[in-house]
Design a protein around this ligand. Structure first.
Ligand SMILES: *[C@@H]1O[C@H](CO)[C@@H](O)[C@H](O)[C@H]1NC(C)=O
Length: 217
């Protein structure tokens, strides 16, 4: 079983080297998530509208739903990492938290440009706000690739927040959603400038363009 798991993992990480997976915290359905009993070998693929959010796995205990893989204190700095090879020339990413089982995600940080970066070992740091409420939450990583089709990639993980505050208010913007059937799409071969990135932003310095179409928020 372990050998088979290792073989699937190496396949998932190599053959699929055009795409990326949320490695840590280990996402729902990731072969490296010990609390997920049903690995998804297509986890690196972009998601469709029907698969938003989290490919639906945030509601599937077999994929690790409800089984916390990380405990983070409000006010601390945490990091995430990704698995996979060539990341479509980078792009822009967001990390968000949901406290209502995936109905609403509020953004903790936006990375504009060089996300993912070519350095596959990179740790991407982000703050857990002091206001974040204690309890179970869903952490989401979303990615808008720079090169290639206009797509949305999303990986999510069950996490636990401790030492929390009164909750994330509207000063933490909602997660940006485009390219999955909305009129809003990101510009091809360009780094995405999130319309509302929130207060915590890390920029690569690359030129970044706002998305186009109606309803880009
Ligand atoms: C929302 O939270 C932020 C961060 O704690 C705070 O500065 C701001 O005053 C809050 N805004 C409202 C409308 O409560």
């Amino acid at each position: 079983m372990l050998l088979i798991k290792a073989a699937i993992l190496s396949f998932a990480l190599s053959a699929a080297n055009a795409h990326m997976i949320l490695r840590n915290p280990p996402s729902f359905g990731f072969i490296g998530n010990k609390l997920s009993t049903k690995p998804d070998v297509d986890l690196n693929a972009p998601i469709s509208k029907a698969q938003f959010p989290c490919k639906g796995y945030h509601k599937d205990p077999d994929r690790g739903a409800g089984k916390s893989v990380a405990t983070w204190a409000a006010g601390s700095t945490q990091s995430f990492s990704l698995a996979g090879g060539a990341p479509h020339g980078g792009g822009s990413c967001q990390v968000s938290l949901s406290y209502d089982n995936g109905e609403t995600f509020r953004v903790l940080k936006s990375f504009i440009g060089n996300c993912p970066s070519a350095d596959t070992g990179r740790e991407y740091s982000f703050p857990i706000p002091r206001d974040a409420a204690s309890g179970a939450a869903i952490f989401a990583w979303t990615w808008y690739n720079r090169i290639g089709n206009r797509e949305l990639y999303m990986g999510c993980a069950a996490v636990t927040i401790t030492h929390g505050g009164s909750g994330l208010n509207s000063s933490f913007p909602k997660i940006f959603v485009a390219n999955i059937g909305e009129q809003c799409t990101t510009v091809a071969n360009a780094v995405l400038e999130f319309p509302n990135p929130g207060a915590v932003v890390e920029r690569s310095g690359e030129v970044a363009l706002k998305p186009e179409g109606a309803g880009c928020v």
